[in-house]
Design a protein around this ligand. Structure first.
Ligand code: NAD
Length: 255
């Protein structure tokens, strides 16, 4: 093992099933020796999440819909009473109402835009705020973004500006919490077939294009994302903060 996360405790928010990016990251964290808390969206999602969390022997498995007042706070309170501290967290959460996601950005409703921003971006800031007092020995906050934040990617639509805001939120978080030794990053994977991805129109074509354009000529998977996530939360990355790091076989380089 190139490095160890033994003794570190982390929170993973965003596992929907075994195909989730958060599931790949959770596997990498546990394989490197970390102890995890994980969340599920609601009772319908719980059995699919439990398949993952049981296989990884997660210490805490808790409900968390970031739209439900008090649920996120309850997660951090359980961590405080159970563990007394937190070393890292992964925010791998995104949502946009279908009718807004499938239309032009200029036609998006204020309500739909607000919901997408709240769940996909502001919830990261709420998690950072709640994690801050628990990260007494420093820590690392990760989120997951997409290249559609920087360039116009057909059909990514509303999520483009939302991810741009998320990346900016990461930079401000890194600057504000840096003096406490708390780092922040956005990992930017190429397209991966997941539940959330199935909400993007013509996602299959996006994957074909990505595989053809990437200098490596192939797609990445959730384990590739997990390998980077595990490195970033480890001590080997302790002086790296505030970045947006692509894991996309180099696709971001191409015009
Ligand atoms: P996924 O469907 O497996 O995960 C999305 C998660 O968001 C789910 O676990 C879902 O429960 C959670 N979520 C949605 N609304 C929520 C709420 N109100 N409260 C709490 N959780 C909520 O899909 P994924 O592709 O693994 O997505 C994870 C992250 O990766 C997202 O931010 C997504 O935008 C990002 N991303 C995905 C890709 C891709 O190609 N799949 C590429 C780049 C970035």
């Amino acid at each position: 093992m190139p490095f160890s996360l033994a003794g570190k405790r982390g929170l993973v928010v965003g596992i929907a099933n075994h195909e989730s990016i958060a599931a790949g990251c959770a596997r990498a964290f546990v394989n490197a020796g970390a102890t995890l808390a994980a969340t599920y969206l609601n009772a319908k999602a719980e059995p699919f999440v439990r398949v993952v969390t049981d296989s990884l022997a997660c210490d805490l498995v808790l409900p968390c819909d970031v739209r439900v007042p008090g649920q996120l706070e309850a997660v951090f309170e359980t961590i405080r009473t159970g563990w007394g501290r937190l070393d890292f967290l992964l925010h791998a959460v995104a949502f946009a109402p279908r009718e807004d996601l499938h239309g032009r950005v200029v036609d998006s409703s204020a309500e739909g835009f607000g919901i997408a921003m709240d769940i996909s971006c502001h919830s990261f800031l709420r998690m950072a705020r709640l994690a801050e007092p628990l990260m007494t020995g420093g820590g690392c906050l990760l989120t997951v973004t997409f290249y559609g934040s920087e360039r116009v990617v057909e059909h990514y639509n509303l999520m483009g500006p939302v991810k741009a805001a998320l990346e900016s939120a990461v930079r401000y978080t890194a600057a504000e919490l840096g003096p406490k030794g708390i780092r922040a990053h956005a990992i930017s994977p190429g397209p991966i077939r997941t539940r959330a991805a199935s909400g993007i129109e013509q996602f299959d074509e996006l994957m074909v294009r990505a595989a053809a354009q990437a200098p490596e000529r192939h797609l990445v998977d959730v384990d590739d994302v997990g390998a980077l996530a595990a490195f970033l939360v480890g001590d080997g990355a302790k002086h790296i903060t505030g970045t947006v790091i692509p894991v996309d076989g180099g696709q971001h380089l191409m015009a």
